[in-house]
Design a binder for this molecule. Structure first.
Ligand SMILES: Cc1cc2nc3c(=O)[nH]c(=O)nc-3n(C[C@H](O)[C@H](O)[C@H](O)COP(=O)(O)O)c2cc1C
Ligand code: SF4
Length: 357
């Protein structure tokens, strides 16, 4: 088994273990929550590039960020109206034509633990949270209607669902607060609602943010599996500044370490992410069965053909971690994109292993 080995989950077949991680490109404003052609192209031009699963940038389940009258989703595209079906369908069809799968990542703007501009989840009434729950379910329904292969709930990076599930930020006294099981009530209600129509050809991934200890990480991952998610995607969470002591000779990031650690406690497929950087390193994780999928973010910004260049020409434009993309206004500003291709000898091995398949 290696990074190019297909994987079937329920009725959805992934042609390989390579995932394009969700990445917002702020520079292409949306009108009424619809993606404009330029942004759609950011996906469709990557859809034929040997990617098993493309996950969209976070997409808003609501036209407003806080149940207020202001129509603002911090520049997110939306999946809260039937009018969003065409743009989602366009990307999904483009992926399917090339044997790739497409999930939309769903989230709610306006909430980020530790950010002074964040709304407070504790100020929402029980009815308002139940309303938001229905917005997530409705967004998933729209994605299914558009022909997507699934959705990913954004429960990481300190954002809305991460805040609701964390003991740091959730001090609610109603059914949405309390111990871990209670704090995951909202996630459970969302997933139960989606399962009413999802069937076996529409999957639910959950991007889980790490907690403050491995024991809580394990408890959370197991609870999410029991709630019924199909894929566990592990990233950073609350506390954002958690320090993890990885073994001294460990070659990957602390996020990858956490994902691979949690893989041992669940039976559903696990996606790891975070500075995996090249296909060789991702391939090693899959060969060791440390995880089931490897996700790459910046490598796909630096070189939209990151995978095909890696396996075909033995070269690609590698991200040199300037961190400029954190506040991108235009993905084309990535300086790596301007570089000429340079040979990367380590990918010769990968080319051989890909040819075998
Ligand atoms: C420009 C940019 C936008 C991002 N937007 C999102 C997002 O919408 N949702 C999300 O969960 N993560 C987002 N991320 C995080 C990535 O999905 C990924 O976890 C991170 O870049 C680490 O992977 P990498 O080292 O391969 O880049 C973003 C990252 C970048 C660089
Ligand atoms: S080179 Fe810089 S801007 Fe481009 S993907 Fe890497 S970190 Fe982001």
């Amino acid at each position: 088994m290696d990074i190019f080995t297909p994987l079937q989950i329920k009725h959805v077949l992934f042609k390989n273990r390579i995932v394009m991680a969700p990445m917002v490109r702020f520079g292409f404003p949306t009108k009424d929550g619809e993606m404009q052609d330029k942004l759609i192209l950011e996906y469709t031009k990557r859809a034929d590039k040997e990617i098993g699963l493309l996950i969209s940038q976070v997409i808003s389940v609501s036209p407003t960020d806080n149940l207020s009258k202001d129509v603002t989703t911090s520049g997110y595209a939306g999946a809260y109206s039937e009018q969003h079906i065409p743009y989602l369908r366009k990307i999904a069809e483009s992926c399917h034509k090339n044997g790739s799968r497409f999930f939309a990542q769903l989230g709610l703007a306006g909430y980020a633990y530790g950010d002074i501009h964040s709304k407070d989840i504790n100020k929402l009434t029980t009815n308002e949270l139940a309303f938001i729950c229905n917005q997530f379910i409705n967004a998933a329904r729209i994605c299914k209607k558009a022909g997507l292969d699934g959705i990913e709930l954004h429960g990481a990076h300190t954002f809305f669902l991460n805040m609701v599930s964390s003991s740091y930020s959730n001090r609610r006294k109603d059914r949405y607060g309390g111990d871990l099981t209670d704090r995951l009530t909202l996630v459970k209600e969302i997933i139960d609602g989606i399962k009413e129509f999802s069937a076996n050809n529409f999957l639910i991934s959950y991007r889980m943010g790490w907690c403050d200890s491995f024991s809580e990480d394990i408890e959370t991952a197991i609870a999410l599996e029991q709630i019924g998610i199909d894929i566990l995607h592990v990233s950073h969470g609350i506390p954002a500044n958690r320090k993890i002591n990885t073994p001294p000779d460990y070659q990957y990031s602390d996020i990858v370490y956490t994902g691979c650690y949690l893989k041992k406690y669940v039976s559903i497929p696990v996606i790891t992410v975070g500075e995996i950087k090249n296909l060789e390193r991702g391939n090693a994780l899959i060969i060791q069965r440390a995880c089931d999928f490897v996700a790459y973010g910046r490598p796909f910004l630096a070189d939209e053909s990151f995978v095909t260049h890696s396996i075909g020409n033995m070269s690609y434009k590698s991200c040199f971690e300037c961190h400029k993309c954190k506040w991108f206004t235009n993905g084309e500003n990535c300086p790596a994109q301007l570089l000429a291709l340079s040979p990367i000898s380590e990918n010769i091995l990968l080319k051989k292993s890909h040819k075998k398949l």
